[in-house]
Design a protein around this ligand. Structure first.
Ligand code: GLP
Length: 260
């Protein structure tokens, strides 16, 4: 894993956006995996800014989003689809037919999940998967004890997660019980992963993900087995890492051809 620690979320996201610009220069028809949540918001803003200033063209890009609540329409304000549209897709030029999202209202959920995996394969696989991390180490909605080989499927939300989402849904009893999420096995097939984590509430999960053992109790730790992962952190999220000076030394000493 390559660990990139910057002063704050904004500076880390500017560096992360440079990596995406570079990918799109090399491969204008790249396939991106998108995620909802607070962590990618400064990255999305920076990508939108670059697009508005004419530095990035998304017209040939295909995107797959990571997860969705079951049973709510995509235009529900709390759905992940509407979140990602509001914060990113509505502001860039990705054609509608190149935007794929899990459908929380699918009739036959197992079949829908199989079709989602097939669509990713059909698009040539994900070139770069953007990830956030939950305080207990989940990526997507792959909560602790999720199979490290899991595929896109439905999962039951924990009572704690349902409580956390109560404000968005107008009460805990309105939060869906189930979600659809890409699996850890699906994420591991992306050619490159970018994990974004900011703030001290993420410090423990980040230290265990990067420097702890690979375990289903810390689902993001499976990324240690992935050949190309870049982790973008602010200083509070990096606070519990043991090897920060080494990561900084590696980043500062990158050869010219590896810089982004
Ligand atoms: C949620 C989502 C994840 C997200 C994570 C962190 O539960 N399912 O995809 O990465 O929690 O969210 P945030 O970035 O808002 O901290």
């Amino acid at each position: 894993m390559e660990v990139i620690i910057q002063r704050d979320a904004q500076s880390a996201s500017v560096v992360a956006a440079r990596l995406i610009s570079q990918l799109l220069r090399e491969k204008p028809n790249a396939v991106l995996g998108l995620v909802a949540g607070q962590s990618p918001l400064p990255l999305y803003s920076e990508l939108v800014r670059k697009h508005r200033e004419g530095h990035i063209d998304f017209s040939r890009v295909t995107v797959f989003t990571m997860d969705e609540f079951v049973g709510i329409p995509p235009d529900h304000p709390a759905s992940y689809s509407s979140f990602i549209r509001r914060h990113f897709l509505d502001h860039v030029n990705i054609p509608a037919e190149q935007i794929r999202m899990p459908d929380g209202r699918a009739h036959d959920i197992p079949e829908h999940c199989r079709a989602y995996e097939a669509a990713i394969r059909h698009a040539g696989g994900i070139d770069l998967q953007i990830l956030g991390i939950g305080t207990e180490g989940h990526i997507g909605f792959n909560e602790p004890t999720s199979s490290l080989a899991s595929r896109t499927r439905t999962k039951t939300l924990t009572p704690r997660t349902r409580r956390d989402f109560a404000p968005q849904f107008g009460g805990e009893d309105r939060v869906p019980n189930f979600i659809l999420t890409m699996g850890l096995g699906t994420i591991m097939e992306a050619r490159q992963c970018m994990l974004l984590a900011f703030g001290k509430t993420k410090a423990n999960a980040i230290a265990r993900t990067i420097e702890g053992p690979v375990t289903a109790m810390m689902p993001a730790s499976i990324l240690q087995m992935h050949p190309v992962v870049k982790v973008f952190l602010d200083q509070p999220a990096a606070a519990l890492l043991q090897n920060t000076s080494y990561y900084q030394w590696v980043y500062d000493g990158k050869p010219e051809w590896q810089k982004f």
